[in-house]
Structures are given as C-alpha cells and as structure tokens.
Design a protein. Structure first.
Lengths: 275, 275, 275, 275
C-alpha cells in the first residue's frame, strides 16, 4: 500500500497537511486504512487513529509492510463540532463492506434523529460515533438489508438508494443547503464511488480515477502512471502524482464503478438535484 | 485539588490502577476532572483524557495548580464494547450542571433507543458519545427542563425522577438484571450522590463520604481526616485514606446530599426495587 | 486566557491550522499552555497534548476557566523526524522557569551529543524528550546554574549566553546553515523573547508584541487593542488581531524584555552572526 | 497472530489488565506488535500505541487480519518517571532486528550517560525515546556493529555481550540493586530470549516457552497445546493457556534459542552475577 499511500508526490499523507483541492488544506483529524487481506478472508481490516496522518509512523509501517490488492485510505477534517475520536474515523466496516465519505451532509443535526428513527436495531447498533458519514453507512447497511452477497448492480443501486433516502430526509426537514456526497463503498470485489452534490449551484468535492500500471519513479520523486498498460485502478479525491496525465476527472453527480476484473465504468447518478 | 486527587494513600490515581472495592482493580480507560472556578463563573470547567490517570502529568499539573472548592474527579473503566473516547469521559457538563456515574445500566442496548426517543431535541443534541452514563445525564437535563436555578430539593428530586424513568424504560423492555446507579450531580452549590441498585439481591457499587478538615500527613504519606473539625466534604467510591476512621459508608439505595454550607444529609431513595 | 488564546481573529488555535507567517500554515503536532497561578505559587503549571490545538475541547476549557496574568501558549509543528510526544511539547518548565522555542536549530543531530556532553547531570536529567528546543532549555538551566532568583538582567544575559553556546557548538561541528532562535523564557516576573537568526542572509521567524488593553470586540469578531491605555503585554509570532495597528514588529536579532511592571524594552542582541 | 495475541485465556490483552506473574497486574502504558512479513521482506513491521492493549480495536484488527509466522508482541508497564510515548513502546527495530525487554535496569539514571557516551553516532541516533530498554537495544546494535547477516551463534553472543556491557556499566557506577534483564531479540530467523537477574538473591521476571501445535479450543475458551505434534514455538512471560501442561519454565539466568527450523535449545547464560 506504501506505493500509493505514502510514496506519491501528492500522497495521502501530503494531502493530510497540504491538500490541493480544498479551501483549507488540512485534514489532520485522524486517518484510517481499511484493506481486504490477501489470504482467504472476505472481511476487511480497519486501522484508525485520531493522530494526524502526516507524522504517523504506524501508518508508514502499516502501508509499507502489509500487502493488499484492494484497500481504502482516508484522512479526516472533522466538521465543526464533530468530536475527533476513533469511532468517527473512516472507513467504516460491517461484515464484508467498507465505506467512506468525503464531504458533509449539511444541516445534519436537523435530520439526524429522522435517520436514527428509521434504522433497524441492527443498523442502529452499528453506530459507535456520531458523524453524518457513519449514519449514512448505517443507512446503507439497512438499504441492502445486511445482505452478504450482492451483485455489482445491487451494490451500486444500494448506494444510490442510500443517497435518495438522505435527500428525502433532508427535504422532510427543510435542509436546503448543499450536501456533499462523495461516498465510496466496497464489498471486496466491486467498488462504487460517487461525486454528488444536492444543490445544482454548488460543486461537489473533487474526484478522480486512474487506471494503469503504477510505478514509483525515484528520479522524479513521483508516481508514474503508464495508462493503457497494467490493470490497477486508483480512485482519489486528488491526483496522487503531479503530472496530471492519466487521471480522469469524474463529472459532478456521476459514479465510478470498478468491477472485479478492474474494468471501470462511469455513469450519471439517476437522482435529481434537491434544489 | 492535588490534596485530594493525587496525594492521598488511596487517591484517585491509585484507584485508577489498584482500586480496592471492585472485582477488577483497573480504571484505565481515561479520566476527567470538572471543577467550579473560584472566580465568578457559574459553569464548571471540564478536562478529560483517554489516557490512564496513573501516569498522567497533565492530571498532576492540573490538580496541583488549579484551585477549586467544588470539583468532581472520575476514572473510567469502560463497559465492554463501549468505545474509549473523550466524549465518553466523565464528568458530563451542561450549563451549570456537572454529572458523573459509577456503575453500569445493564442491558443498555435494549433501552438505548427508548431513552433517545423520549429526549427533547436539546437533550438529544447534548449527547456526543454513546455511554449509558451520558444518556442518563441527557435524561436528567430533560427532567429538570434545563432550568438554571433549582432549589436543592428540586435538584435531588430531578435526580430521583431520572432514576425512576430509567427503571421504567428498563421494565418496558424487560431488562431485569441489576442496574448500578451511583450518580453524582452538582449545580455548583448542592451535590446529590446516589448509591442505588435496581435488583434487591445485588449490591450497588460502594460509596463513602467524610466531613472534616483534610490535611495531608507527610509522615504517614496519607490524608489525615480530623472529623468534627473543619467543614469540607468528600464523597468517593472508596475511602481515600488507609485509616478508615472518619469515613461514613452510604447504605444501599440511599443518597448523600451536600448543601451549600457543607451540611450533609443522607436519606433513603424513595424508589422501589425493580425486581 | 481565553481572551487571548481562543477568541482573537488570528488566535493560537487559528494559527495551529492557518498561520499567516510561515511557508506551511500548519502547527498540528500538539500544543502546550504554561501559566503562573494567581495564588501564591512561584512555579508554573504546564498542560500539553499531542493533539492538534484547533479541535481541542480541553484547550478551550482550560483557557476559558483558568485565570492567569502571566502565561505561555504554543502550537507545534514538529521538525522532520522529531517524534510527536508530550515530552516534546512546549513550554518546558523547571522550577520557576518556563521556556519555549519557535524555530529550529538546523543540523541539530550534528551537535546534539556536544550539548549533551556539556550538560551537568541535573540538566541532563531534565531532558525527557529529544528536541533541539528542550536541549536548549537544559542548556539555559545550566547557564543560570538552576538559580532561583535572578535579576531581570541576569535572566536576559542567561538567555543570551545560551544562544552564544549554541552558536559555539554549531561552529565546532561546522553546522553553517541558519538556526532559527526565537526563544521565550520567563521566571514568573520577567519575560525575555528573542528573534534571532545565525545566518545574516536568512530571516528569523516573525515576532511581534503589543501593549495595551485587550478587549474582545464581538461585533468585529476580533481582539481590540487600545494601545496607550491599559497595561497588558502580548508577545506572539503573529499579530492576534486582523487589524494590525498596535502591533510592533520586533526587528531581527533583537530581544523584547517585559518587566514586572509590564514595561517593555527592546534591544539588539549582542551576538554576532555565525556566518 | 490473533490466535496467540487475542484469543488465549491468558492472552496478551488479558495480561495487559490482569497479568498473573507480577506484583501489580497492570501493563497499561501502551503496547507494540512487530512482525516479519510473509512476503519477501527481511525487515520487520512495527505498530505501537500508547493506549492500553485491553480495549484496543486496532490491535484486534491487526492481529486478526495480518498473518505472520514470526512476531513479537509487548504490553508495557512504564517504570516510574519514564514517559508514556510511542517512542518508548517495544519492540524496537533497526534493519532486520527486533528487540524487546521485560524488566528494568535498576538505577538506570546512574549509568545512562555512560551508555550514551559509549555509543557510536549511528547507535546514538537510533534512540528516539528515553527508556533503559531502548538504550540496551542501541548498545546491542553497536555490539553487533549493525551487521546484517549474523549466524545464530553470533546473534546469541551479541546479546550476551550486551548484557555483559550493561553489567560493566553498572559496576562502574555502583548500581548494585537487581537489574531485570529479560531480553528478546530476533533477526527474522533466530530468536534469543533471556531470563536474567544480576543479583543472585533476586528472581528475574518469569519466562516460559512452549512448542507444539496451537489450536484455539472454543469449548474451553482456551488455547490447546498439543506438544510433540506440530512445530510452532511460543516464548512468553506467562503461559497463555490456563492448562499449564506443555509450558516449559525457563530457569533463571538461562536463555532460550529458537532456530530457523523451530528447534529450541536452552542454555545457561555464561555471565556471573553482579553481586
């Protein structure tokens, strides 16, 4: 994982202190890494910390020494008033599912109870922290009914339905400012990542992907993306290398789907703007 | 505060590692200190940490250098499955109220949603963590309707009513194992502390109090309690000094009330056993 | 302390995430507050944390509820390779002295052992961490021979002598890049703060001071400095208010001395450039 | 690693709160896990935390999801006055070597500077914390001259020589109380673990080993050791299972050597008592 999390010129640890695509560059309220083990185990591992990623020796060790062909990594910038705690770190996991969120469900406190009230006991008990993101994940687990074997289509529709319900809750309580809904979910085989804003006049957070063979170029101190060759896929909120070729920008209110064979498709999310 | 939190032979930091009155002696899942400032400020301060108290330099500094005539101190042993986070540390505060809990509301997950559903939005939004203790505090704040000026009687009745409602919720869902309800609440003037078990066949956690003039005895490396003289009051789950004279054991299902003039009264809590 | 640490438009917690006068704006590797108690106690208190200051509830509580007329506050940006630990947080204290450092003793590893070898056992045992800053403080304590009652002149000369010795160690090992030596020391009565660079072609870190009556202006969401009136003094690496009037920039290789009566003097530090 | 670190009846996380073989049962000042990756990488990984092991979700995740055939795990009880920091957590690593210590080099402050002064710059710069254990590791690295390929005999002799030098330093400064020297070192192939006390009238910390096939017995909620069958080796300060058969106690001032083929030998350490 080091090759992607630590080594690149604009790696996640660089983004934790100096991200390029945000108004404020700091994501210093903890980090998390989730990965599917190489050995036969369908459930992902999750290591989180409330420490900033940039100085974290455990993160360097973990990503340098643990191998995985399928992982999530996240650095957090806590929304105002949201406690910094391990329970609030992404990714969130349940069974074989792993979920993370880049963004903010604006006016969350207005519809927090509505979400809670609608959850099954099982989903309610999943929640250990108090962020909009974790609530969204609990909602997702309810939407898919905690099913263990979804088709890629079901996984995608499950995520879309989660967004629809969030929008519905927001409409219900009159939360009409923008919700930034960049979600990513995986079941270990398929990944679905969204770039979505509820307000047509606002931009969602950025999202990029890239397919190819990633080699770290020690001369350029950068990741080298030879697209067309190789079969790995990266989805990230900002390109990891300084050379931008190879990185595809995901359009607003679109989703990226990475299939088991690493084929990538992009499609418009069939959900109307809230306003 | 040092004289009481750090210096005594069986001080809170000793209790964090080697408490005497519990099956397991360790309370290493964080600590908290809340105090009413000496200057004119009705709202208590709260410093908490997820680090064990026993080695904590900040705790030593804080209690040695900050003066207060009215404070709470707590070391936590997290119930199984309850996250260790600053949000889950005691004491909890709201306005002029400070609250802490020694014990466990058994089968909390069974009636957690019931409590939540009954809370006002204001009390709901108080909750930053996910412990039974913090839920009990939110319930208390609703019971007293967030009123700022309660008489000592109202404060006490508010705490009793909180216990009654907890018992009612438990009955509702069939939670019939013992709930350990040692609560302490203060408004800066009056303290009410309970020693309560819902099951008549189980013992609540221990509770003691002591009134007198506390001087640290450097020869004996212990706190010296000269009861009868002086006018300070300590309430604690275990005597702080090794010499037991001066410490009054609080009987089960009784409450200690400390009035503004440091007069102490003890009374039976007028709530029947749940079973 | 809140009025100065938390409330201002460019407060320390703002500086922890978005400082204005540095190449990189983040100081997220912990914080520390040291203060002299209002009651009769010559030795300062010290609360430190490895958590970023910006989200820290303890810092808000502490500075809001503890009063002091003489305090230091620091946010840290760890030099590369320097561990983030409580031991490495500023301010450092010993007896009645409190010390902090904004800057970096370049090529520290080259002369670290030289400093160590020159320390008395008492100063050697002061060191709990491994930063250039703490080593400089240990050196200072040796320079003043751990004396408890220095005149303001002796305090100042002690700090200058510390700088001289650091420069001498650096010359000894050929460390010829710039050392950023913004030190601040207090004995509870007098404060001496330096703005010093060893290389005449490099700028030291910024330093400002201000004298007056500080009132928080709720309309402007800013600190209001009425200089000429009032008698308080602030020394800081960046002005705390957005309106710059009232703030005096300290020239390079000068020192600010604040006397017990809050008289301020500024003087050139009589130490030549290293190169 | 879960099968050994988390699952056993007297697992490391149980020992963190309720160890059986110590005067005080708590080892709550952080933990560390070091492991050699299964893939081709001679250098161990190291994850450490200042949080108590007993409640740590990261530790559960790590040991459940990362596989290794060769690992160290440690829970710390900080000696009085030794800071709790990640730098002070065991195991310590350098290149392919991993090292940990159970015990205490009594009167360490007396000979700390002597050790420091004798270190090469390379070993000096290894040190990030301030414990006797880490100093011993730096000394070991100097003894073996940072060589990358030692024979098992050289590894063992290197550890013995390290002990000899520590004893010599202690004699030099008159540190004549007992030093508890239970060291464990590995180069990824061979493990050497000592049980040593410098004072013939004092007992060293406990040490056990066990060879066999370890299966977790869900009925007994315990680890099942079928010795004679299987070829795995555990060395630990306390037996991990409640049934004591299969566990070999290591005699005082003896060493256990585990060879690459998992053959185990035990021998007397050829170093005389200090007193």
């Amino acid at each position: 994982m080091n090759k992607l999390v630590i080594a690149p010129a604009n790696s996640l640890i660089v983004q934790s202190k100096e991200s390029k695509k945000r108004l404020l560059p700091v994501n210093g309220d903890g980090f998390g890494v989730g990965w599917y083990p190489l050995h036969d185990d369908p459930e992902p591992a999750r290591i989180v910390s409330i420490e900033p990623a940039w100085s974290n020796q455990n993160l360097i060790q973990l990503t340098s020494k643990v191998s995985s062909e399928h992982f999530f990594a996240h650095v957090r910038d806590a929304s105002k008033g949201m406690p910094v705690s391990q329970s609030n770190c992404h990714p969130f996991t349940s069974g074989r599912y792993m979920f993370m969120h880049n963004g903010r469900l604006d006016q969350f406190t207005k519809f927090k109870r509505n979400i809670l009230n609608g959850l099954s006991d099982k989903a309610f008990n999943l929640i250990k922290g108090n962020t909009d993101s974790e609530y969204a994940f609990a909602l997702f687990m309810d939407v898919i009914n905690f099913a263990e074997n979804l088709s890629p289509e079901q996984l995608k529709q499950g995520l879309y339905e989660t967004i629809k319900r969030i929008v519905a809750y927001r409409v219900e309580v009159g939360a009409n400012t923008n919700a930034f809904i960049n979600f990513a979910v995986s079941d270990g085989s398929t990944i679905v990542a969204t770039r979505f804003a509820t307000d047509q006049h606002k931009q969602p957070a950025s999202l990029f992907y890239c397919k190819g063979c990633f080699e770290y170029d020690h001369n350029k101190d950068d990741i080298l993306v030879e697209h067309g060759i190789g079969n790995n896929v990266i989805i990230c909120s900002e390109p990891l290398s300084e050379t931008s070729h190879g990185w595809q920008k995901v359009e607003r209110n679109h989703a990226v789907i990475v299939h088991e064979n690493n084929n990538v498709s992009v499609e418009k999310i069939p959900i109307p703007y809230q306003s």
